[in-house]
Structures are given as structure tokens and as C-alpha cells.
Ligand binder design. Structure first.
Ligand code: 4NP
Length: 158
């Protein structure tokens, strides 16, 4: 069993979109019993809130469920319970590392979502909370989730 955690700032726009899209992909491809997925935010402004309306609209449009998903904040325990912590942007990655206790070996591999799509040539998934452009995020999320599944399959077979 491998466990994936997507992380963004508010846990209402990008990381819940990735969580729902990746779970949908796992179900479609028959990997749900081997890989689990969750998401969290580095900030605490939206704790307990469902995904942003823009994310919900996009997920609805693509027939992807998100019921029961509520924002939570990253915590120290996440470094030990997850195998992959996938950060939606560079600042999220820096902030996530603040939760990592010093001198303790973590289990999680921490990397950026855009590391999965190096050919795109940019570092961060743009934040639609400010841009309003949820479509461009969905397009990246869809492509990156396919790559993530390939990466985990490769890790499981090595
Ligand atoms: P997210 O977007 O990190 O993709 O969920 C944001 C959500 C909320 C805020 C910023 C970004 N905020 O400042 O409240």
C-alpha cells in the first residue's frame, strides 16, 4: 500500500482537485486497493471547508466525486504516514518542511507536482484562488496524476 498526500496553501483549490482527480484515476485503473490519497493545506484559514466553488465546478464537469472532502492542515504526523507528499508550488514545499521534526528520519518523499511534468518548463501549479483560472489547473492536474501513477507503479515494482 502506498499513500499520497497533495499539499497546497488553502487546501480548497489545487490540492483537493488533485486528490479527487487522482482518486478517480486510481478507481478507473483499478489501483484503489494499493494506493490511497489525501490532501492538506499549509495554511489554516479554511479548515473544515469543502473545496472552492471553482474546483467543485471543474470536478462536476468531469464527473469526478469529492463528497466528504474537507480542508485540513499539514501536520508532523504526515511525514511518517505518507509515502509521497506532493506540493503544488515551491512555497508550499518550503512551508511543508517546517513541519518536519529535526533529526528524525521521515518516511515521505517530498517533491513538487510540476516535477512530474518537467517538459512544461515551470516550477509551480498556478494558484486559481488568485487567477480564477481553474481550467489550466485541471489540465495540469490531469496530466500530472497520470505521471504520478506511473511513478508509483515503477516504485512498487523496483
Ligand atoms: P489553494 O488556493 O492553495 O490552491 O487552495 C488558495 C486558497 C485560499 C487562499 C490562498 C490560496 N487564501 O489566501 O485564503
Amino acid at each position: 500500500m502506498k499513500k499520497v498526500l497533495f499539499v497546497c496553501l488553502g487546501n480548497i483549490c489545487r490540492s483537493p482537485m488533485a486528490e479527487a482527480a487522482f482518486r478517480h484515476l486510481l478507481e478507473r485503473e483499478g489501483w484503489s486497493d494499493k494506493i490511497t490519497v489525501d490532501s492538506a493545506g499549509t495554511g489554516d484559514w479554511h479548515l473544515g471547508k469543502p473545496p472552492h466553488e471553482g474546483t467543485r465546478k471543474l470536478l462536476d464537469h468531469h464527473g469526478i466525486g469529492y463528497s466528504g472532502m474537507l480542508a485540513r492542515q499539514v501536520c508532523e504526523r504526515d511525514f511518517f504516514s505518507f509515502d509521497y507528499i506532493v506540493c503544488m508550488d515551491s512555497q508550499n514545499q518550503l512551508d511543508v518542511m517546517k513541519w518536519l521534526p529535526k533529526q528524525i528520519t521521515k518516511k515521505a518523499e517530498v517533491f513538487k507536482f510540476m516535477d512530474l511534468l518537467p517538459e512544461r518548463g515551470f516550477a509551480d501549479v498556478p494558484d486559481p484562488y488568485y487567477s480564477g483560472n481553474f481550467e489550466e489547473v485541471y489540465e495540469l492536474v490531469e496530466a500530472g496524476c497520470l505521471r504520478l501513477l506511473e511513478k508509483i507503479k515503477a516504485d512498487l515494482s523496483s
